[in-house]
Design a protein around this ligand. Structure first.
Ligand code: XMP
Length: 536
């Protein structure tokens, strides 16, 4: 979810040592499904880390000491000879390897097989495979009952000649080597994607690789994560003081409760009302904190400061940077007031970590997401990030383990820059008033009709273009409200939600009738990519 701006050296140092041994390593060759592979492994109770292949050499591998390695799919094609190499150390490590799609092809070539461009036999979508022989210990074991496998194919290349020592585990009508195995070397290849839900047995196959083939214990549970992180925070912080900014979202709330459990009164929570919040949000956060953490919130009403800083600015990246900068100034002020704060708590989660690493490697900025991406060097605050290894669904499980109310855990995400990225162009007070009212109606109707939890995120957007409308005999010429609702598992890709027309009709009618200055409502039917979830 993030393309983090340059971070100061104090923070980079803290990040560098924040790695620990993973039971399994997933090497990401650029497939859109790589994170899903890691999630499936963790759903099997096994801790794994996602790494860029370039970051792996023999020494790193020895330090990480994984019990197995998964090679993801990716856009490269082995057949053209210019593909990303699998680090040689992986094949020398003597641990089981599972290659998926591109990963299988790279493995096949490494061991002396042949891969060719499938040409017209390229296949994208559902397919049916049958096991050959006993299917090998990976597929045969997972599918001993049925012998048939529905699966999701997405490939342009195929293994056309098995490497010596391998046997075919499964085939489809058009793919003779849909899966292969070498039980002696403990190497396995899948031409299809076990990580997607369109391969119904896929999760079982991944679990079998992790737990049975690699013999990883299933110890990655919410209970253990909490115990482990509480101990780690205590070790890191000692008797130090931690300042944590709450955003009202799930991640910072879970981080706060976890930190409170670990260090009690050494945690100081701050909530900055930047004037860019949704209707009722500040009150909700204050009552949530009172309930979960006692009355220890530092509440800063900085709406005027933010609005002044944003006046006349309409470029999205400038808006984000101004907001980030304002936040930092406020933190500095509050940290100084508190005296001896040495640590900054953050609800950073694993996708942020992965994407920051990827974006610094690719040096390509889509949006700067972190509001607190760059603290000034002189603050010398060390980061405390107890959720930095967790995916969003794991954060929710940890939150449940810490007794956070389901209502808080299941809230839609809300971006740090708030409504500033939902009022397109310059952020003005009247536009915020209009947007808040329209947004509240949309969310209220979604909840009332039980659609709120069926979408991943929903919100209204204020478009500063005016369109003509008519009420009675009067002509109106007013801004437009757009509604956005998306379905997604990971927010990296998203599909626009197919909300019932009756629901949309009610929302549009209510907005036009109840919100002064709006006579037109539109529904956004763009998916991500190419559109992003937020409009700015
Ligand atoms: P995009 O617009 O990049 O959004 O498709 C993906 C998810 O990230 C959220 N988002 C942000 N979250 N600070 C945040 O904390 C930000 O600057 C930010 N920008 C987008 C967005 O709401 C969606 O959930």
């Amino acid at each position: 979810m993030s393309a983090s701006p340059e971070r100061p050296s104090t923070i980079r140092a803290a990040e560098a040592e924040a790695s620990s041994a993973a039971a399994l390593l997933v090497l990401d060759f650029g497939s859109q499904y790589s994170q899903l592979i890691a999630r499936r492994v963790r759903e099997a109770g096994v801790y794994c880390e996602l790494r860029a292949p370039q970051s792996i050499d023999a020494a790193t591998l020895r330090r990480l000491a994984p019990r197995g390695v998964i090679l993801s799919g990716g856009p490269d094609t082995v057949a053209e000879g210019n593909a990303a190499p699998v680090p040689a150390a992986v094949f020398d490590a003597g641990v089981p390897i599972l290659g998926i799609c591109y990963g299988m092809q790279a493995m096949a070539v490494h061991f002396g097989g042949r891969v060719e461009c499938a040409g017209t036999a390229s296949e994208f979508g559902r397919a049916q495979a049958r096991l050959l022989g006993d299917g090998g210990d990976l597929l045969g074991g997972a599918l001993a009952q049925s012998g048939d496998l529905s699966l999701w194919m997405s490939h342009g290349d195929l293994v056309t000649e098995l490497p010596p020592g391998f046997a075919i585990s499964a085939a489809t009508d058009s793919v003779p080597v849909a899966a292969m195995h070498d039980t002696t070397r403990r190497c396995y290849g899948l031409q299809f994607h076990p990580e997607v839900t369109h391969t119904p047995e896929g999760a079982a196959i991944i679990a079998r690789f992790a737990r049975d083939v690699c013999a990883c214990p299933a110890t990655w549970t919410a209970h253990n994560i909490v115990a482990h992180e509480v101990a780690a925070v205590r070790r890191q912080v000692g008797a130090g003081q931690v300042l944590l900014a709450l955003s009202g979202g799930v991640d910072s709330a879970v981080a706060a409760v976890l930190l409170r459990r670990a260090i009690g009164e050494q945690l100081h929570c701050i909530f900055v009302n930047n004037g860019l919040l949704r209707a009722g949000e500040a009150e909700q956060v204050r009552s949530m904190v009172a309930q979960l953490l006692g009355n220890s919130l530092i509440y800063v009403d900085a709406a005027d400061e933010f609005m002044t800083a944003l006046a006349g600015v309409d470029e999205p990246e400038r808006k984000r940077h101004i907001i980030g900068h304002q936040f930092i100034q406020i933190f500095e002020r509050e940290a100084k007031r508190l005296g001896d704060v040495e640590f900054l708590g953050q609800g950073t989660i694993y996708p942020d970590v992965i994407e920051s690493a990827a974006s610094s490697a690719q040096a390509r900025l889509i949006k700067s997401h972190h509001n607190v991406g760059g603290l000034p060097d002189h603050m010398r605050l060390q980061l405390v990030e107890p959720l930095r290894k967790l995916f969003k669904d794991e954060v929710r499980e940890v939150g449940a383990e810490l007794d956070l109310p389901a209502k808080q855990l299941r809230r839609h995400p809300f971006p740090g820059p708030g409504l500033a990225v939902r009022v397109l162009g310059e952020v003005t007070a009247p536009a915020l008033v209009t947007l808040r009212a329209a947004d509240a109606i949309f969310l209220e109707e979604l909840r009332r009709r039980r659609w709120y939890h069926r979408v991943a995120q929903a919100f209204a957007v204020f478009l500063p273009v005016r369109s003509v409308g008519v009420t009675g005999d009067a002509r109106r010429y007013e801004p437009v409200i757009a509604l956005r609702a998306v379905e997604t598992e990971d927010f990296m890709t998203a599909r626009w939600a197919r909300l019932p027309p009756a629901l949309l009709a009610t929302v549009a009618e209510r907005i036009v009738n109840e919100v002064p200055g709006v006579s037109r409502v539109v529904y956004d039917i763009s998916s991500k990519p190419p559109a992003t979830v937020e409009w700015e």
